[in-house]
Design a protein around this ligand. Structure first.
Ligand code: ADP
Ligand code: MG
Ligand code: MG
Length: 615
């Protein structure tokens, strides 16, 4: 979304939005068909690509030993965006708001071009971006790239502190003012998700049982009903709870690649999907939630549950009467189907080889798309995205000229938060077919973020150059997504993987460890890093580039083998070895302060952690 679009608009109430849902879908579909017809043959010979990093602003209080999220992101954003407003063509970075009033998102001002040439510019761009934010911070503030703030939604987790009041999310834990209020879209998403869903959230994150962890955690829930306020105390055996869209307050790392044409974009979309859980496990960075060490290492499933706006009927808990579909997945989930010709074909007596999970889709839309000439797998993809309602509708955007505008399409597309996203060309510009890779947790240092971004960029090159086939049945990708988020998944889990990627028909699905997938398994699978290395060796690149890429690959190889820790396991051991930790799973204000200080030192290079980085 552009800066202007995000700022403008008065959201309609949920009732009005719901009433206009069919209107949005109907016109969104027409808009899609128009863009598709205009752009389906678009070719983009120039490879362009770019990352997105989300930052959290933290206010430190040295004497009180607290590190709270600082709700100043809009003030900071105003300064950050000045350069773009004055000189949109030459701005070095683009800054965007995010859900939390303590978050900002930064991307390069222009996409990188040509993979090998630009790989070495990624890390300096990230370093400069961070320096740019730092310019506008108060002396007690720092910008960290931390996936989950450890005490998010704990009492008084922000600066300034906020009372825990009833809010648009009806959350007991996450006050409204912690949601970015300058951009009405975020509160509207929060409120409407809740309204659409209808019943209460009961998100349970298992607490990691330590030596002295109590058997139950007492949570206070407040319910407001007919002006009678009731406070219930519920004893929950060993789970941390969320009760609203709070999870949108986590940070992540994303990368977008432009493809040569639509077919190449479809191939990349498919081939990257089975890579998502592997990279999620490798980037795992969020073991602490609401002040407790938990049994999970990643944000993904938590967000997935937090933004799950499906009604009871759609979740299959009640027979369908008002709603139209049982929808197996949240809007925020792994993809439901492959869309390339190879990925979506029927083989073996009409049994689906890779798309083995039924995909819920809107039949009328499918027909309309097919009649308009949209290729079947894409038509199915869009008819699938379009089973969702719009979550937010701005009153100014209700009536649109479908030939010229694309907001209704964007509305549905941009609230289908899947692990990979197919982005359409922008008509009448040089922006072509693109694929966004979305699962990664953001890493503590720019070195690590650059390492993962470059690794993913190189994976896209080997996929295309060697015509690799990583496809495995979607049901296995789903299973891998579950495993990838378990505590210490790299050490403890095996993952389904296509061990014969050089065969385009391969259905050799094997369970391998992440180490075997990344570093190779003798006589069995060459390994992603050796494949990348052979690609690099066959390409002319400068020694300096090779050396830096080698450092990046060594980091990823070490994480995969277990020689180096993921951020999640490092954070876990930091907490458990803190002098004031009581082995009761609780991550106190003081531990959080020391953890965030240590994270800042790692980022600044003033603290060494050989277990994380190998030096
Ligand atoms: P969104 O939030 O919708 O995913 P953003 O605009 O925040 O998208 O970020 C998209 C990323 O794609 C940025 O890193 C940007 O540099 C990059 N990018 C911009 N134009 C192109 C392009 N033509 N091809 C590939 N990537 C691009
Ligand atoms: Mg973005
Ligand atoms: Mg994005």
């Amino acid at each position: 979304m552009t800066r202007k679009e995000l700022a403008k608009g008065s959201p309609l109430s949920w009732q009005e939005t719901k009433q206009k849902a069919s209107h949005v879908r109907k016109h969104g579909l027409k808009q899609f068909i128009n863009i598709y017809n205009k752009t389906k043959d678009t070719r983009s010979p120039a490879l362009k690509w770019g990352d997105e990093i989300e930052y959290m602003i933290i206010a430190l209080d040295q004497s009180a030993k607290t590190a709270h999220v600082s709700l100043r992101s809009n003030e900071i954003l105003e300064s950050l965006q000045r350069e773009e407003i004055e000189n949109p063509e030459t701005a070095r970075f683009l800054w965007r708001p995010e859900y939390g009033a303590y978050m900002v998102e930064g991307t390069p001002g222009k996409p990188y071009s040509g993979v090998l040439k630009d790989l070495l510019t990624v890390e300096p761009c990230m370093i400069q971006r961070r320096k740019e934010i730092q310019k506008y911070l108060k002396s007690n503030e720092i910008a960290v790239t931390l996936t989950s703030y450890p005490r998010l939604a704990c009492p008084f987790f922000s600066e300034p502190p906020l009372p825990q009041e009833s809010s648009s999310s009806k959350s007991t834990f996450f006050p409204d003012m912690a949601i970015n209020h300058m951009y009405p879209r975020y509160r509207a998403i929060t409120f409407n998700t809740r309204e659409r869903r209808g019943d209460d959230y009961h998100i349970r994150i298992p607490v990691m049982k330590d030596q002295l962890t109590r058997n139950s955690i007492t949570e206070v829930f407040e319910f407001e009903e007919e002006e009678v306020e009731e406070t219930l105390t519920e004893s929950i055996p060993n789970f941390v709870c969320y009760d609203s869209v709070d999870g949108m307050g986590y940070c992540c790392l994303q990368v977008t690649f432009q493809a040569f044409n639509m077919d190449e974009a479809r191939t990349l979309y498919d081939q990257l999907a089975p890579i998502c859980p592997i990279l999620l496990a490798l980037t795992a960075a969020s073991p602490v939630h609401r002040g407790f060490l938990t049994g999970t290492d990643c944000r993904w499933n938590i967000i997935s549950q937090c933004v799950d706006c499906r009604t009871k009927e759609e979740r299959g808990l009640e027979p369908l009467s008002r709603d139209r579909f049982i929808i197996p997945k949240s809007r925020y989930d792994s993809i439901s189907a492959y869309i390339s010709n190879e990925g979506s074909r029927y083989v073996k007596l009409l049994i689906l080889m890779y798309n083995d999970v039924p995909v819920v889709l809107n039949d009328h839309y499918l027909l309309e798309l097919l009649e308009a000439g949209v290729e079947e797998p894409i038509a199915r993809h869009i008819a699938h995205l379009f089973v969702r309602d719009p979550l937010v509708l701005f009153s100014e955007k209700v009536d649109q000229e479908d030939e010229k505008e694309i907001d209704h399409f964007d509305n549905i597309q941009s609230t289908n938060w899947q692990t990979v996203r197919l982005k359409l060309p922008l008509p009448d510009t040089d922006v072509g077919w693109r694929v966004e890779f979305r699962p990664c947790e953001v890493q503590i240092t720019d070195f690590e973020n650059a390492a993962f971004v470059c690794f993913i960029a190189l994976l896209t090159r080997i996929i295309l150059s060697y015509k690799l086939n990583f496809l495995i049945p979607i049901s296995k990708v789903d299973e891998n997504m579950k495993r990838s988020q378990e505590k210490d998944a790299i050490k403890n889990c095996k993952f389904y993987f296509n061990s014969n990627p050089f065969d385009s028909d391969s259905d050799e699905v094997t369970e391998m460890t992440i180490n075997e997938i990344i570093n190779g398994k003798d006589g069995y699978f060459s390994g992603l890093i050796p494949l990348v290395e052979s690609f690099l060796n066959a390409t002319e690149i400068e020694a300096e580039t090779h050396q830096r890429l080698h450092d990046y690959l060594r980091l990823i190889s070490g994480r995969a083998s277990g020689e180096l820790q993921t951020a999640a396991s490092w954070i876990r051991s930091f907490v458990r070895s803190h002098p004031s930790y009581k082995f009761d799973s609780q991550v106190t204000e003081e531990i959080t302060y020391d953890l965030i200080t240590a994270i800042n030192q790692l980022e600044q290079g003033t603290r060494k952690e050989p277990l994380l980085y190998g030096y």
